[in-house]
Design a protein around this ligand. Structure first.
Ligand SMILES: [Zn+2]
Length: 298
Protein backbone atom coordinates (compact mmCIF):
# COMPACT_ATOMS: atom_id res chain seq x y z
CA UNK A 1 0.00 0.00 0.00
CA UNK A 2 1.56 3.35 -1.00
CA UNK A 3 1.11 6.77 0.52
CA UNK A 4 -1.36 8.14 -1.97
CA UNK A 5 -3.66 5.22 -1.19
CA UNK A 6 -3.45 5.94 2.48
CA UNK A 7 -4.12 9.64 2.03
CA UNK A 8 -7.25 9.26 -0.01
CA UNK A 9 -8.52 6.57 2.34
CA UNK A 10 -8.01 8.82 5.34
CA UNK A 11 -9.56 11.66 3.39
CA UNK A 12 -12.57 9.52 2.66
CA UNK A 13 -13.09 8.89 6.36
CA UNK A 14 -12.93 12.63 6.97
CA UNK A 15 -15.39 13.21 4.15
CA UNK A 16 -17.78 10.67 5.60
CA UNK A 17 -17.45 12.36 8.96
CA UNK A 18 -18.68 15.57 7.40
CA UNK A 19 -15.46 17.46 6.64
CA UNK A 20 -15.62 20.01 3.81
CA UNK A 21 -13.44 19.77 0.66
CA UNK A 22 -11.50 22.80 1.80
CA UNK A 23 -10.77 21.31 5.23
CA UNK A 24 -9.66 18.02 3.73
CA UNK A 25 -7.44 19.79 1.19
CA UNK A 26 -5.76 21.76 3.94
CA UNK A 27 -5.31 18.76 6.19
CA UNK A 28 -3.52 16.70 3.54
CA UNK A 29 -1.92 19.64 1.77
CA UNK A 30 -3.54 18.97 -1.59
CA UNK A 31 -5.69 21.04 -3.95
CA UNK A 32 -9.45 21.17 -3.46
CA UNK A 33 -9.79 19.86 -7.02
CA UNK A 34 -7.77 16.81 -6.00
CA UNK A 35 -10.16 16.07 -3.15
CA UNK A 36 -13.09 16.46 -5.54
CA UNK A 37 -11.49 14.10 -8.03
CA UNK A 38 -11.00 11.53 -5.25
CA UNK A 39 -14.65 11.82 -4.40
CA UNK A 40 -15.63 11.04 -7.99
CA UNK A 41 -13.00 8.41 -8.61
CA UNK A 42 -13.60 6.48 -5.41
CA UNK A 43 -17.31 7.06 -5.28
CA UNK A 44 -17.52 8.69 -1.85
CA UNK A 45 -21.10 8.93 -0.87
CA UNK A 46 -22.47 10.41 2.34
CA UNK A 47 -26.09 9.56 1.56
CA UNK A 48 -25.82 5.79 1.65
CA UNK A 49 -23.81 5.72 4.86
CA UNK A 50 -20.30 4.37 4.24
CA UNK A 51 -19.02 3.82 0.77
CA UNK A 52 -19.36 0.24 -0.37
CA UNK A 53 -15.85 -0.08 -1.71
CA UNK A 54 -13.77 0.50 1.42
CA UNK A 55 -15.98 -1.63 3.59
CA UNK A 56 -15.97 -4.41 1.04
CA UNK A 57 -12.20 -4.52 1.07
CA UNK A 58 -12.36 -5.29 4.73
CA UNK A 59 -14.73 -8.21 4.28
CA UNK A 60 -12.41 -11.00 3.36
CA UNK A 61 -13.96 -14.40 2.90
CA UNK A 62 -11.53 -17.24 2.80
CA UNK A 63 -11.78 -20.58 1.07
CA UNK A 64 -12.66 -22.25 4.33
CA UNK A 65 -15.69 -20.07 4.93
CA UNK A 66 -18.27 -21.92 6.97
CA UNK A 67 -21.89 -21.02 7.47
CA UNK A 68 -21.04 -19.77 10.96
CA UNK A 69 -18.49 -17.37 9.61
CA UNK A 70 -20.89 -16.16 6.98
CA UNK A 71 -23.48 -15.60 9.66
CA UNK A 72 -21.02 -13.50 11.61
CA UNK A 73 -20.32 -11.37 8.54
CA UNK A 74 -23.97 -11.05 7.71
CA UNK A 75 -24.88 -10.05 11.25
CA UNK A 76 -22.18 -7.39 11.38
CA UNK A 77 -24.02 -4.16 12.20
CA UNK A 78 -21.56 -2.08 10.22
CA UNK A 79 -22.75 -3.47 6.91
CA UNK A 80 -25.50 -1.95 4.82
CA UNK A 81 -28.18 -4.24 3.37
CA UNK A 82 -26.49 -4.03 0.01
CA UNK A 83 -23.17 -5.17 1.40
CA UNK A 84 -24.83 -7.96 3.32
CA UNK A 85 -26.53 -9.19 0.17
CA UNK A 86 -23.25 -9.06 -1.68
CA UNK A 87 -21.61 -11.25 0.97
CA UNK A 88 -24.40 -13.80 0.82
CA UNK A 89 -24.25 -14.05 -2.96
CA UNK A 90 -20.49 -14.16 -2.94
CA UNK A 91 -20.44 -17.12 -0.59
CA UNK A 92 -23.21 -18.90 -2.45
CA UNK A 93 -21.45 -18.56 -5.79
CA UNK A 94 -18.22 -19.63 -4.20
CA UNK A 95 -19.67 -22.72 -2.53
CA UNK A 96 -21.43 -23.71 -5.71
CA UNK A 97 -18.08 -24.23 -7.39
CA UNK A 98 -16.42 -26.24 -4.63
CA UNK A 99 -15.79 -29.77 -5.94
CA UNK A 100 -17.98 -32.52 -4.51
CA UNK A 101 -15.72 -34.29 -2.06
CA UNK A 102 -16.69 -37.85 -1.19
CA UNK A 103 -15.34 -40.08 1.53
CA UNK A 104 -14.48 -42.98 -0.75
CA UNK A 105 -12.99 -45.00 2.08
CA UNK A 106 -16.43 -45.45 3.56
CA UNK A 107 -19.10 -47.24 1.51
CA UNK A 108 -22.61 -47.59 2.91
CA UNK A 109 -24.95 -50.04 1.25
CA UNK A 110 -28.64 -49.28 1.33
CA UNK A 111 -31.61 -51.25 0.00
CA UNK A 112 -34.39 -49.41 -1.72
CA UNK A 113 -37.06 -51.82 -2.89
CA UNK A 114 -35.21 -54.56 -4.70
CA UNK A 115 -32.26 -52.34 -5.58
CA UNK A 116 -29.05 -52.21 -3.61
CA UNK A 117 -27.38 -48.80 -3.69
CA UNK A 118 -23.76 -48.12 -2.74
CA UNK A 119 -23.35 -44.67 -1.28
CA UNK A 120 -20.51 -42.42 -0.20
CA UNK A 121 -20.70 -39.68 2.37
CA UNK A 122 -20.19 -36.14 1.10
CA UNK A 123 -17.45 -34.40 3.04
CA UNK A 124 -18.10 -30.94 1.64
CA UNK A 125 -21.70 -30.52 2.73
CA UNK A 126 -23.37 -28.77 5.63
CA UNK A 127 -25.87 -31.62 6.10
CA UNK A 128 -25.56 -35.39 6.47
CA UNK A 129 -25.58 -36.23 2.76
CA UNK A 130 -24.65 -39.40 0.91
CA UNK A 131 -24.49 -39.89 -2.84
CA UNK A 132 -25.20 -42.99 -4.88
CA UNK A 133 -22.17 -44.46 -6.56
CA UNK A 134 -24.15 -44.40 -9.81
CA UNK A 135 -24.21 -40.65 -10.18
CA UNK A 136 -21.58 -37.97 -10.67
CA UNK A 137 -23.07 -35.12 -8.74
CA UNK A 138 -22.14 -31.62 -9.90
CA UNK A 139 -21.02 -29.06 -7.31
CA UNK A 140 -23.97 -26.85 -8.12
CA UNK A 141 -26.47 -29.68 -7.69
CA UNK A 142 -25.01 -30.63 -4.33
CA UNK A 143 -24.93 -27.03 -3.20
CA UNK A 144 -28.55 -26.42 -4.20
CA UNK A 145 -29.74 -29.51 -2.33
CA UNK A 146 -27.55 -28.85 0.71
CA UNK A 147 -28.65 -25.23 0.99
CA UNK A 148 -32.32 -26.09 0.46
CA UNK A 149 -32.11 -28.59 3.33
CA UNK A 150 -30.53 -26.02 5.64
CA UNK A 151 -33.12 -23.42 4.72
CA UNK A 152 -35.98 -25.87 5.21
CA UNK A 153 -34.72 -26.86 8.65
CA UNK A 154 -34.59 -23.19 9.55
CA UNK A 155 -38.13 -22.62 8.25
CA UNK A 156 -39.39 -25.56 10.30
CA UNK A 157 -37.40 -24.35 13.33
CA UNK A 158 -35.72 -27.75 13.60
CA UNK A 159 -32.71 -27.28 15.84
CA UNK A 160 -32.57 -30.79 17.27
CA UNK A 161 -30.04 -32.27 14.87
CA UNK A 162 -29.60 -35.50 16.79
CA UNK A 163 -31.78 -37.81 14.80
CA UNK A 164 -32.04 -35.98 11.50
CA UNK A 165 -32.40 -38.35 8.56
CA UNK A 166 -29.51 -39.48 6.45
CA UNK A 167 -30.00 -37.80 3.08
CA UNK A 168 -29.24 -40.04 0.11
CA UNK A 169 -29.08 -38.52 -3.35
CA UNK A 170 -29.97 -41.06 -6.01
CA UNK A 171 -31.05 -41.15 -9.65
CA UNK A 172 -34.57 -41.65 -10.98
CA UNK A 173 -34.14 -45.35 -11.72
CA UNK A 174 -32.99 -45.91 -8.16
CA UNK A 175 -35.99 -43.92 -6.87
CA UNK A 176 -38.24 -46.21 -8.96
CA UNK A 177 -41.48 -44.44 -7.98
CA UNK A 178 -41.09 -41.21 -9.93
CA UNK A 179 -41.08 -39.26 -6.65
CA UNK A 180 -38.79 -36.23 -6.35
CA UNK A 181 -38.01 -37.14 -2.76
CA UNK A 182 -39.14 -39.80 -0.36
CA UNK A 183 -38.78 -40.25 3.37
CA UNK A 184 -38.38 -43.75 4.78
CA UNK A 185 -39.42 -43.69 8.44
CA UNK A 186 -38.09 -47.16 9.29
CA UNK A 187 -34.61 -46.42 7.99
CA UNK A 188 -34.80 -42.71 8.81
CA UNK A 189 -33.49 -41.98 5.34
CA UNK A 190 -34.53 -39.17 3.05
CA UNK A 191 -34.03 -40.09 -0.61
CA UNK A 192 -33.65 -37.20 -3.01
CA UNK A 193 -33.70 -37.50 -6.78
CA UNK A 194 -30.63 -35.67 -8.08
CA UNK A 195 -32.84 -34.04 -10.72
CA UNK A 196 -34.06 -31.52 -8.15
CA UNK A 197 -30.51 -30.30 -7.76
CA UNK A 198 -31.65 -28.07 -10.59
CA UNK A 199 -34.09 -25.51 -9.21
CA UNK A 200 -35.66 -25.00 -12.61
CA UNK A 201 -36.47 -28.68 -12.95
CA UNK A 202 -37.69 -28.81 -9.37
CA UNK A 203 -40.20 -26.02 -9.99
CA UNK A 204 -41.40 -27.76 -13.12
CA UNK A 205 -41.75 -31.14 -11.38
CA UNK A 206 -43.42 -29.98 -8.17
CA UNK A 207 -46.19 -28.04 -9.92
CA UNK A 208 -48.86 -30.31 -8.45
CA UNK A 209 -47.62 -29.74 -4.89
CA UNK A 210 -48.55 -27.13 -2.28
CA UNK A 211 -46.74 -23.82 -2.92
CA UNK A 212 -45.34 -25.07 -6.22
CA UNK A 213 -43.39 -21.89 -6.87
CA UNK A 214 -41.47 -22.13 -3.63
CA UNK A 215 -38.14 -23.95 -4.05
CA UNK A 216 -38.43 -25.31 -0.50
CA UNK A 217 -41.88 -26.91 -0.92
CA UNK A 218 -40.65 -30.46 -1.63
CA UNK A 219 -37.98 -30.31 1.07
CA UNK A 220 -40.29 -28.91 3.73
CA UNK A 221 -42.84 -31.60 2.84
CA UNK A 222 -40.29 -34.36 3.46
CA UNK A 223 -38.99 -32.88 6.70
CA UNK A 224 -42.55 -32.66 8.01
CA UNK A 225 -42.76 -36.42 7.40
CA UNK A 226 -39.59 -36.73 9.44
CA UNK A 227 -41.06 -34.59 12.24
CA UNK A 228 -44.10 -36.85 12.40
CA UNK A 229 -41.87 -39.92 12.58
CA UNK A 230 -39.85 -38.24 15.32
CA UNK A 231 -42.93 -37.62 17.42
CA UNK A 232 -43.83 -41.31 17.05
CA UNK A 233 -40.33 -42.36 18.11
CA UNK A 234 -40.48 -40.11 21.15
CA UNK A 235 -43.82 -41.58 22.18
CA UNK A 236 -43.44 -45.23 21.23
CA UNK A 237 -39.81 -45.95 20.39
CA UNK A 238 -38.15 -46.94 17.13
CA UNK A 239 -40.24 -47.46 14.04
CA UNK A 240 -39.82 -51.10 13.10
CA UNK A 241 -43.00 -51.88 11.22
CA UNK A 242 -43.80 -49.32 8.52
CA UNK A 243 -47.48 -50.35 8.21
CA UNK A 244 -47.98 -49.92 11.95
CA UNK A 245 -46.47 -46.45 11.77
CA UNK A 246 -48.52 -45.56 8.69
CA UNK A 247 -51.69 -46.65 10.44
CA UNK A 248 -50.85 -44.41 13.40
CA UNK A 249 -49.90 -41.35 11.37
CA UNK A 250 -52.85 -41.61 8.96
CA UNK A 251 -55.28 -41.93 11.82
CA UNK A 252 -53.75 -38.93 13.54
CA UNK A 253 -53.72 -36.91 10.32
CA UNK A 254 -57.33 -37.77 9.53
CA UNK A 255 -58.43 -36.33 12.87
CA UNK A 256 -56.68 -33.06 12.06
CA UNK A 257 -58.20 -32.93 8.60
CA UNK A 258 -61.67 -33.69 9.92
CA UNK A 259 -61.30 -30.76 12.27
CA UNK A 260 -60.34 -28.50 9.38
CA UNK A 261 -63.29 -29.70 7.30
CA UNK A 262 -65.66 -29.13 10.21
CA UNK A 263 -64.40 -25.57 10.43
CA UNK A 264 -65.32 -25.14 6.79
CA UNK A 265 -61.85 -25.46 5.31
CA UNK A 266 -61.81 -26.64 1.70
CA UNK A 267 -59.30 -29.50 1.51
CA UNK A 268 -59.23 -29.26 -2.27
CA UNK A 269 -57.63 -25.85 -2.06
CA UNK A 270 -54.33 -27.27 -0.78
CA UNK A 271 -52.88 -28.98 -3.85
CA UNK A 272 -53.67 -31.54 -6.51
CA UNK A 273 -51.38 -33.95 -4.72
CA UNK A 274 -53.20 -33.39 -1.43
CA UNK A 275 -56.59 -34.03 -3.02
CA UNK A 276 -55.47 -37.20 -4.80
CA UNK A 277 -54.02 -38.65 -1.62
CA UNK A 278 -57.11 -37.70 0.36
CA UNK A 279 -59.17 -39.77 -2.08
CA UNK A 280 -56.83 -42.70 -1.51
CA UNK A 281 -57.00 -42.42 2.26
CA UNK A 282 -53.38 -41.28 2.54
CA UNK A 283 -54.30 -38.56 5.01
CA UNK A 284 -50.74 -38.12 6.21
CA UNK A 285 -49.88 -36.79 2.75
CA UNK A 286 -52.84 -34.44 2.71
CA UNK A 287 -52.13 -33.09 6.17
CA UNK A 288 -48.43 -32.72 5.32
CA UNK A 289 -49.35 -30.66 2.28
CA UNK A 290 -51.67 -28.54 4.41
CA UNK A 291 -48.77 -27.78 6.75
CA UNK A 292 -46.47 -26.93 3.83
CA UNK A 293 -49.02 -24.46 2.60
CA UNK A 294 -49.50 -23.03 6.06
CA UNK A 295 -45.76 -22.57 6.55
CA UNK A 296 -44.72 -21.29 3.15
CA UNK A 297 -47.88 -19.39 2.28
CA UNK A 298 -48.73 -18.77 -1.33
ZN1 LIG B 1 -45.11 -37.19 1.24
Amino acid sequence: MNNELKTYEQAETDYMNGFKYKEIAEKYNVLISTVKSWKTRYNWNRKGQKSTRTKMEKVRIQNTTSFDEVEQVVENDNLTDEQRLFCIYYVRCFNATKPVNLDKSNVSEINRGHINISTYKVITAENNIYVSNNIRLKPKELHTIDLSISESLKKLKISDVDNLPRVVIINSSEMQTGALASYNAVKNVLYIDRTIGSRLKLLELQKDAACPKNVLSTYVHEYIHWMDAQSYRIGYGEIIDSSEYLYWIRHKSKKKIDKLINKGYNINRISGYASDNFEEGKYDETYTEYRVKKLLGE
